[in-house]
Design a protein around this ligand. Structure first.
Ligand code: A2P
Length: 322
């Protein structure tokens, strides 16, 4: 199976990328160094993660002013929900470019279809009751048209979307096909219908939380009491891993790749960082794939349902039905 997605103009997106959510600056810079060393060239961040300066520092140390090295990298960042209106896009894009300290971004995504109000200096504006200051007036197609225009500057090579459902994806495709759809996909939340719809529309999927995002699951669990199974300990995953002499994480990533998706696992540990990109030299059998497919719990398997953003569930573009 190919190690890259071919994008418009012949650009290549490596199908294993490095996720950067929820790491402190210092830890992240070390992790990115380890990832570059291990061979990662695709890095995924977002304005909302508030780590663009740290990622930019680590990448720029590696680039060392060499344009040929910059070209080897594939860097993604995202328009935060607080920028989801046409007149805010340029300002947030410029800020990302400045903080990453790059000449251009490879891929710029609309992070979520719902929106926060624009509050300068506050990417997560809250009401006194703790709910988010939601902007209900979002026009997703006008927003998408504005994001598409960013390409004209040459400062972004590709644009895409994240956290859209199939209906929203098909709507944005009526204007122009996004370079990718980034959504939560893993063994417990496999999204077969969305994957089929995206395939039909010709939109490649990038799977976030491919290992089940333990940090997010733990923090949600602490708040709501809901239990999230550890993907790495699922008996089927452990058994298949043992049969191949691989780790559970490698089996989960290989499953995602063999389904035709890209994945952006996150780790801050050099051994695990290396492990997660060493998934090109073994093959899951059809029966392994069938057994892994049976782990899907549909909507019940979703971790990142944005329940941590009180109030966005009422937004007209909120993507996930309860
Ligand atoms: P750590 O950073 O200590 O390695 P996701 O990519 O789904 O968000 O999952 C990230 C979580 O999975 C992190 O808690 C990370 O912890 C852990 N993790 C990443 N790679 C591996 C691996 N190969 N084996 C076990 N846990 C991993």
């Amino acid at each position: 199976i190919p190690e890259y997605f071919e994008l418009e103009g012949g650009d290549r997106m490596p199908r294993i990328g490095f996720g950067t959510w929820q790491a402190s600056d210092e830890v992240l810079e070390k992790a990115v160094e380890a990832a570059l060393e291990a061979g990662y060239r695709h890095f995924d961040t977002a304005r909302a993660y508030e780590n663009e300066p740290a990622l930019g520092r680590a990448l720029n140390r590696w680039i060392a002013g060499d344009a040929a090295r910059r070209k080897q990298l594939f860097v993604t960042t995202k328009l935060p929900p607080g920028g989801n209106r046409p007149e805010s896009v340029q300002e947030y894009f410029d800020a990302s470019l400045r903080d990453l300290n790059l000449e251009y971004i490879d891929l710029y995504l609309i992070h979520t279809p719902f929106a926060f109000q624009h509050v300068p200096g506050d990417l997560h504006p809250k009401n006194p009751d703790g709910s988010m200051k939601v902007d209900h007036s979002t026009n997703l197609l006008e927003l998408w048209k504005t994001v598409l225009k960013l390409k004209e500057s040459g400062r972004v090579r590709h644009v895409g979307v994240s956290n859209l459902n199939a209906e929203q994806l098909s709507r944005v495709c009526s204007v122009a096909r996004p370079a990718c759809l980034q959504v939560e996909v893993h063994a417990l939340c496999q999204q077969p219908a969305l994957a089929a719809a995206a395939r039909e529309l010709g939109v490649p999927i990038v799977a976030y939380s491919p290992l089940g995002s333990k940090a997010l699951a733990d923090s949600l669990s602490a708040k709501t009491g809901r239990e999230y199974p550890d993907l790495l300990q699922l008996p089927a995953v452990v058994r298949i891993a043992q049969a191949h002499g691989r780790t559970p994480a490698q089996v989960l990533l290989r499953h995602t790749l063999q389904r035709g998706l890209a994945a952006i696992p996150k780790s801050t540990n050099p051994t695990r960082i290396k492990q997660n990109i060493s998934v090109w030299d073994f093959v899951l059998s059809e029966s392994d794939m069938r057994e892994l497919a049976a782990l899907d719990r549909g909507e019940n398997g979703r971790i990142c349902d944005f329940s941590f953003f009180g109030g966005v569930q009422d937004h007209p573009e909120f993507p996930f039905k309860k």
